[in-house]
Design a protein around this ligand. Structure first.
Ligand SMILES: Nc1nc2c(ncn2[C@@H]2O[C@H](COP(=O)(O)OP(=O)(O)O)[C@@H](O)[C@H]2O)c(=O)[nH]1
Ligand SMILES: [Mg+2]
Length: 255
């Protein structure tokens, strides 16, 4: 090796296996783009799409774009948690070193998102993406998740996006968290954050730039459509507060 030689890619490229999991429910508009983009990332990942019995062409397009398509374990909705657990079991069986979740509705995904999330795992246990979003986006994050974390798990209140769908960790970390029985619905993202931190794992957030995603178009004019998500996130944090002996924490909060 000559002086000044710089390896062109990270160590993940050669000796490690990365699997990207997309939970997807009726995402035919974006699924081809996100799969093709993920495939261009440095870690040359395998792609799993966990489909929610989509009524559009999501599964068919995903298959044609080179993803392994599996159906989530239960026909229940909302079930992002079910989908993530189904995907994790598949990726663990597939012996991935790094397992990365990405939302399937991202319109401006670029390969460097995957590179940043995977490379970040070299020096911590879980890497979570955060981003800039439209000021009216992320209502559940702003009005439920962050204020409740601040009250019950103040050590996590610096996380910008506790509901981020863009998360990477090593297989052993996911396996340990999966064994703790994650929830089935929208609470799973914040549950993984809380449980990872409470288990003593090093969790960090990295900035991915601007995020544009189609789901915002569904609720931008009526955030009432997010009420089920809000309820599931809220109850998840309450249950976690009980599980971790944080039930007195609210007494410290000035109202
Ligand atoms: N398999 C599966 N995927 C889901 C389900 N609910 C949401 N998703 C997917 O999870 C990701 C995040 O959902 P999204 O509606 O964009 O949530 P938001 O960005 O928080 O508004 C997207 O890829 C959805 O297609 C579900 O019940 N099952
Ligand atoms: Mg979305």
């Amino acid at each position: 090796m000559g002086v000044g030689f710089v390896p062109s890619m990270s160590k993940h490229t050669t000796s490690t296996k990365t699997i990207v999991i997309f939970p997807a429910k009726n995402e035919e508009a974006t699924i081809e783009h996100v799969i093709a983009t993920a495939k261009k990332s440095n870690s040359n990942p395998e792609i799993i799409v966990v489909d929610a019995y989509s009524s559009d062409k999501t599964a068919e397009i995903a298959h044609a774009t080179g993803a392994k398509v599996i159906q989530q374990d239960a026909k229940m909705f909302p079930a992002k948690g079910v989908a993530m657990k189904t995907g994790l079991n598949e990726a663990i069986d597939g012996d991935a070193d790094f397992i990365l979740f990405l939302d399937a509705d991202i319109k401006n995904l670029t390969p460097d998102w995957i590179d940043k999330l995977v490379d970040g795992c070299a020096n911590c246990d879980m890497v979570r993406g955060y981003y800039q979003r439209h000021t009216r986006d992320a209502a559940v994050t702003k009005l439920i998740a962050r204020p409740m974390l601040h009250a019950f798990f103040p050590e996590l209140s610096h996380f910008e996006q506790p509901l981020s769908g863009e998360v990477c960790a090593r297989k052993d970390v996911w396996k340990a968290l999966l064994a703790k029985n994650p929830p089935d619905g929208w609470g799973i993202d914040v549950w993984f954050l809380i449980e990872a931190a409470m288990s003593g794992y090093q969790v960090k957030e990295i900035f991915l730039g601007n995020k544009e995603h189609t789901s915002f178009e569904d609720y931008r004019d009526d955030i009432g459509k997010l009420s089920k998500m809000a309820e599931q996130v809220e109850f998840t944090i309450i249950k976690e507060a009980f599980n971790h002996g944080r039930t007195g924490a609210h007494k410290e909060v000035k109202i």
